[in-house]
Each structure stands twice: as structure tokens, then as C-alpha cells.
Design a protein. Structure first.
Ligand SMILES: Nc1ncnc2c1ncn2[C@@H]1O[C@H](COP(=O)(O)OP(=O)(O)OP(=O)(O)O)[C@@H](O)[C@H]1O
Ligand SMILES: [Mg+2]
Length: 290
């Protein structure tokens, strides 16, 4: 097993996250086969692919919910393949879920606090430490972070609302807030704009860009909205049947005939082609919403 190079190893040439030859099988189903790619620090990297391609499985493997059958995952140069999910979250891998996983009966604020809480309770020593003298400082720091997040995501007006009363778009935003409360170095978003209308999508696109610009967070996202993917991403990884069939800058992926072919079976190839060609520019400045 490789030893860690620790925090100083994060040079520009080294990816912040490196997925190498990852294979994941569920019984007879091979959800991932030899998947490899890197996420550069400060980048927005998108994983795309038809339904069932293995995108969520890949996310679950990176965040530690699934253990790969073979292959490795490195974060900041350290092999994290055998590190449990809560520990990975604590190390700086924060995420949201494809199907919203908020506590619907709880308020927005309480849901956001949970992100931080989960972060703290990862081991008993942390919990003891938390109960000790550092508790008050920690609570203040936490409040400060929560306030910054609420302000940043423009959800102040709903902070005391139960999540169940919110629109889908706002719930997705609260999920992002909770992921940010974990103070991630890499924010992993599984379909951040799925089911959103155009205005909500534009808002989310702006938040993703701002998270990187203002918070210095690296973003790894799974997304079906091609306009958004092509507009926001520095690097795009295309999965099909659990394999990487193309990757590179958006222009390279867009021009790759393999990518169009992969979507042939998904029933919406014309729509996808149109989207790829148009590569609709998403207005990111305020007031640009239609
Ligand atoms: N927990 C599981 N047990 C068994 N099979 C699974 C499990 N999770 C995923 N799979 C299978 O792995 C394959 C990839 O599924 P996955 O959810 O990763 O695809 P996806 O790319 O995220 O699709 P979508 O775009 O619909 O979200 C599918 O064949 C799926 O049925
Ligand atoms: Mg999925």
C-alpha cells in the first residue's frame, strides 16, 4: 500500500483526485470497467453519459459508499481506496445526491448544520475533542461558515422553512449548502440541475462557478444538461456501459463521434446532438435570466 505524500504534494501537475482502472461489479453487473481520469485542482470536471452508464456508481465509489472490485482512488496523492466514506468526507470530499437526501421535516438551517455535524462526528476522538475546550470556538466557526453559505446561496429567506415546503430547485440548493458546510476541497454534485426550470438552472450554474471562484473549491459533477456541461467544464469524462469512451476539454468531447454514438440507444440522440451543437451559452451574469 502506498503511503501518503501529505498536503504538500498538491502540485499543479498532480491531479487533486485520481481515479485509476476502477472496476465495480454488482453480482453479474459490471457497473464500472477500468475507469480512469484525473480531476485537476481548481477545475470543474463533468462526468456525462446515457442513463445507466455508471455515473452515480462512480460517485459512490469515489465517496466511499461502494468499494471497487479493483483499481484505486487517490486524493491529494494519498490512496483512499480503503478509507471509509465518513473519513473521506472529512478529508474534503463533499457531495450531494442525485435523489435529494435532505431531512424533509427539518428546517433548511438544521439540514445545513447536519453537513457540519456529520463532519465532526467521524470518530470518537473528534467527538471528545468537540465536547471539550474547543467546543465554543468550533461552534462559532461553524456558525460563521453556515452564515456565509446561507448568504452565498441566497437562501436566507427560507432558513427556517421546513424543507418539505420548498420547490425542487430550492431543495437542490439546500443540498448544495449542506455539502458546502462540510468544507469540501472537492464538491461532488450528482445532477445539480436535474428537474430544474431554466431560471433555476442558470442560478445553479452561477453558484457552481462562484463556488470555485470565491471559495476555491474544485467541482466534480454528473450532469445531463449538455449546455451547462459544455459551458462550465474544463474537463469532460464520458461514460458508456461503465467505460470511459472519451474525455478532454468540451470541444474535443463534442467533436468525438463515439460520444454521439453512445447516446444513440438512449432515445434522445437528436435532442442531444442539437444541444451539443448549440452548446447553449448559459448567461452567468446577474439579470441575464430570460
Ligand atoms: N446498488 C446497486 N446494485 C445493483 N446494481 C446497481 C446498483 N447501483 C447501480 N447498479 C447498476 O449499475 C449500472 C449503472 O448505474 P448508475 O446508477 O451508476 O448509472 P447512472 O449513469 O448514474 O444513470 P442515471 O443517468 O440514470 O442516473 C446500472 O446497470 C445499474 O442498474
Ligand atoms: Mg445517476
Amino acid at each position: 500500500m502506498e503511503t501518503t505524500l501529505a498536503h504538500g504534494a498538491n502540485s499543479a501537475a498532480q491531479p487533486l483526485l485520481q481515479v485509476d482502472s476502477v472496476t465495480l461489479a454488482f453480482g453479474g453487473v459490471r457497473a464500472l470497467s477500468g475507469v480512469g481520469f484525473g480531476v485537476q485542482p481548481g477545475s470543474i470536471t463533468a462526468v456525462i453519459g446515457p442513463n445507466g452508464a455508471g455515473k452515480t456508481s462512480l460517485f459512490n465509489t469515489i465517496s466511499g459508499f461502494y468499494r471497487p472490485t479493483s483499481g484505486s482512488i487517490r486524493f491529494r496523492g494519498q490512496d483512499i481506496t480503503r478509507i471509509p466514506a465518513p473519513q473521506r468526507a472529512k478529508m474534503g470530499l463533499g457531495r450531494s445526491f442525485q435523489n435529494i437526501a435532505l431531512f424533509r421535516g427539518m428546517t433548511v438551517l438544521d439540514n445545513i448544520k447536519l453537513g457540519r455535524h456529520a463532519h465532526l462526528k467521524t470518530n470518537v476522538f473528534d467527538a471528545l475533542f468537540y465536547m471539550g475546550r474547543a467546543r465554543r470556538e468550533e461552534a462559532e466557526l461553524r456558525r460563521d461558515i453556515e452564515e456565509r453559505i446561507i448568504d452565498f446561496l441566497e437562501i436566507d429567506h427560507i432558513r427556517h422553512a421546513p424543507v418539505s415546503a420548498l420547490s425542487y430547485g430550492l431543495q437542490k440548493r439546500v443540498e448544495m449548502a449542506r455539502a458546502l458546510a462540510m468544507q469540501p476541497e472537492i464538491l461532488m454534485l450528482d445532477e445539480p440541475v436535474a428537474g430544474m426550470n431554466r431560471e433555476e438552472t442558470e442560478d445553479m450554474a452561477r453558484f457552481i462557478l462562484d463556488v470555485r471562484a470565491e471559495w476555491g473549491v474544485t467541482v466534480l459533477m454528473v450532469e445531463h444538461d449538455m449546455g451547462m456541461v459544455m459551458d462550465l467544464s474544463d474537463h469532460v469524462v464520458v461514460l458508456n456501459f461503465g467505460q470511459v469512451i472519451s474525455q478532454g476539454v468540451p470541444a474535443v468531447v463534442q467533436a468525438d463521434p463515439e460520444v454521439n454514438r453512445a447516446y444513440l440507444g438512449s432515445g434522445n440522440v437528436d435532442e442531444l446532438r442539437a444541444k451539443l451543437r448549440a452548446a447553449a451559452r448559459i448567461p452567468t451574469s446577474a439579470g441575464a435570466a430570460a
